[in-house]
Structure formats: structure tokens, C-alpha cells
Design a protein around this ligand. Structure first.
Ligand code: ADP
Ligand code: MG
Length: 348
């Protein structure tokens, strides 16, 4: 029998610790892209162009026409906890922007090669910088550029071999990338989104000429979905929340449910709410058929805890049961046409 000699405990190298943490924020290319899209939206972009190679593993570029990054901020953007969106802990209560922890770019730059070309309205030319492990490699180089920011992420997970091995299915990664772009395109119908593969002309997504949510849903998902969408907006004074719902009527059904949920403009998941909605439709639809449902929920940011999840996918909100019930009732009225019935009653 071999005796296992006890190993001494050693503190991990801080670099290793940050790289592990970075892997928590960025699980796969689609997560990185979500963060980058949110940054572009925060910057007020009306056009967001995405280009990927190998599902984003080899190359992931996002070009926006937002406010740009100031030249003097360029050495900070990839450092941990560097943000222009939060100054004190009090601000945490009222964040209206997507990002606020200054963690996305630093995490991405720890596990890939990031370069940025950016130009603000004040600057006469653009600047280009490359980063290595969150640090600027050289001083910003002046270059020609349009107003906005182009961020290029290359060789994602080059220094995380295990992750690289786990993400071998590039088709799947591309699908997820396309899904993220599509969902943000639906939620931001007035922003033009495009997606293409590196070196190709074919656009997998192009919402540049669409302005209504319905049109973009038709474009991204299915025109048959768009044709059968019912729309409802509402609010609740007690808890001060607003909702907007676009859900398919009972004429439509599909083998799989498509569920888009945005809370305070952030793409999130709520398996609970999704299940409740599926069960509701289940009463009226044939067995094993499902709806398309898009919900945008806005509530006081103090009621949303976006901090529970490193990738901000799952959010907790206060009064979840009450809010979910309100939404279910609204969907039920919408698909059963009770709204129409009630206006009819009021009129007669
Ligand atoms: P956060 O979004 O939490 O502030 P990030 O790491 O995502 O942290 O971004 C860091 C900072 O870089 C942002 O606060 C912002 O000032 C700047 N930034 C990042 N992307 C863009 C962009 N596309 N346009 C303008 N500024 C950007
Ligand atoms: Mg951010």
C-alpha cells in the first residue's frame, strides 16, 4: 500500500485566480458576444455588425457606431473593475445600463487577444490598441476610423486548453452566437444588427432596415410567427412594473417553445416563468405544441438583483410570484381574446 504524503497548501497565483474567474464570466463565444453587444447598446449604437469565424472561437468582431472610447481611457478598459458606468455603491441601486462591474472586457482580454479601434466625436482620428492579459501592448496608434468602436476578439480560450477542448462543436457555437444576435435584434428593433461569417458576404442576420418588433421577429424567427402575434402592454401601479408581451395566438403552434425574456433590457432566463407559460398554452394547444412568447419587463432597478449570476443570465426580482401571475393573466386574456370581449362589453 502506498501512503499518500500530505501536500502542503499553497495560495494560487493571482493570475491563475483571475483567469479562472474570467472563465466564469465567459463560458463560450456567445457569452462574450452578449457582453460586447450590451456595451455597444450602452454606448448608444444604432448599428451593430458582428462577424465571426469558427463560431467565434477563432475570431469575433463587433463594430458599432456608438459614442466611442476616449483615447485616455484606452489603457483602462481591459482592466478589472474599470467602468464608466458606476462610481459608488449607491449607484448600484440605480444602474440603468447593462454593464456596471467593469468585468466583461477584462475577463475577455485575459483569455483571448483583444484589439480595439475606436473614435469619439471629439477626436479627429481614431485610435487602435491591442491588449495582452488586460494590459495595453503599446501606446494607441492613430488611424482612420468612423465614429464608434470596433472590438476584435481572437483566439478565445487560447490559454484555457480544457475549455477549448470542450467547445469543439463550432456549428453549435455559431448557432448560439446567431441566437444571441437575433434576440437582441428583436428587443432593439430600432437598432440595425447584422451577422456574417469572416470573409463571406452572406448575412445570417440583417435587421438594418426593420423598425418594428414584429418585423424583426418575422425576420429572425419565422414569418408565420410574426403573422400570428398578439401584442399587449400593461403596467402595475402597486409594484411599479411595466410589461410588453408579444405572443402567438392559438392558431400557431410549434414543436419547441421559443421564449425571449428581457428584464430591464437584459436578456435573461427564467425557467419557472417559461414553464408556467408553456403549461398555460398546453390547456389550449394540441399535445406537444408550443407557442412563441416575447416578454419585456421593466421594473425599478432596486427590485432586481442582477448580481447573483456571474454571467447575469439569471436575475432575481422581488415579488416574482405576483409579477409572474400578472403576466400569465395578461397572456391568457390576450390569447383568449378576453380583452376584445371586455371592450365590446364596455361599448354596449
Ligand atoms: P462595464 O460595461 O461593466 O462598464 P466592460 O468591461 O464591459 O465593463 O467595459 C468597460 C468600459 O469600456 C465601459 O464602462 C465603457 O466605458 C467602455 N466600453 C466598452 N465597450 C464600449 C463600446 N462598444 N463603446 C464605448 N465604450 C465602451
Ligand atoms: Mg459591459
Amino acid at each position: 500500500q502506498i501512503m499518500q504524503s500530505s501536500r502542503s497548501i499553497k495560495k494560487l497565483d493571482p493570475d491563475v485566480v483571475s483567469r479562472i474567474a474570467a472563465g466564469e464570466v465567459v463560458l463560450r463565444p456567445a457569452n462574450a458576444l452578449k457582453e460586447l453587444i450590451e456595451n455597444s447598446l450602452d454606448a448608444g449604437a444604432t448599428s451593430i455588425k458582428v462577424e465571426v469565424k469558427d463560431g467565434g472561437m477563432k475570431y469575433l468582431q463587433i463594430v458599432d457606431n456608438g459614442c466611442g472610447i476616449k483615447k485616455e481611457d484606452l489603457d483602462l478598459v481591459c482592466e478589472r473593475h474599470a467602468t464608466s458606468k458606476l462610481e459608488s455603491l449607491d449607484d448600484l441601486q440605480s444602474v440603468s445600463t447593462y454593464g456596471f462591474r467593469g468585468e466583461a472586457l477584462s475577463s475577455i482580454s485575459l483569455i483571448s487577444n483583444v484589439s480595439i479601434v475606436t473614435k469619439t466625436a471629439e477626436e479627429r482620428c481614431g485610435y487602435k490598441v491591442s491588449y495582452c492579459e488586460g494590459k495595453m501592448k503599446d501606446k494607441p496608434i492613430p488611424c482612420a476610423a468612423n465614429q464608434g468602436t470596433a472590438i476584435t476578439v481572437e483566439n478565445l480560450f487560447y490559454n484555457v486548453p480544457l475549455r477549448q477542448k470542450a467547445l469543439k462543436n463550432l456549428f453549435e457555437e455559431h448557432k448560439r452566437v446567431q441566437d444571441v444576435v437575433g434576440r437582441y435584434a428583436v428587443h432593439n428593433a430600432s437598432v440595425g444588427f447584422s451577422l456574417k461569417k469572416y470573409g463571406q458576404n452572406h448575412l445570417y442576420i440583417n435587421s438594418m432596415n426593420n423598425t418594428s418588433t414584429k418585423d424583426v421577429i418575422g425576420l429572425i424567427f419565422d414569418t408565420n410567427i410574426a403573422r400570428n402575434l398578439l401584442e399587449k402592454e400593461g403596467s402595475d401601479d402597486t409594484l411599479q412594473f411595466k410589461y410588453k408581451i408579444l405572443a402567438t395566438s392559438l392558431i400557431y403552434s410549434a414543436k419547441q417553445m421559443i421564449f425571449l425574456l428581457f428584464i430591464n433590457h437584459r436578456l435573461v432566463k427564467s425557467e419557472g416563468l417559461q414553464k408556467e407559460i408553456a403549461e398555460l398554452y398546453n390547456i389550449y394547444l394540441p399535445p406537444k405544441s408550443y407557442p412563441f412568447v416575447y416578454i419585456s419587463l421593466e421594473m425599478p432597478s432596486a427590485n432586481v438583483d442582477v448580481n447573483v449570476h456571474p454571467r447575469k443570465e439569471t436575475v432575481f426580482y422581488l415579488h416574482e410570484e405576483y409579477i409572474n401571475k400578472k403576466i400569465l393573466t395578461a397572456i391568457q386574456q390576450l390569447v383568449l381574446g378576453k380583452d376584445a370581449y371586455q371592450t365590446y362589453k364596455q361599448e354596449t
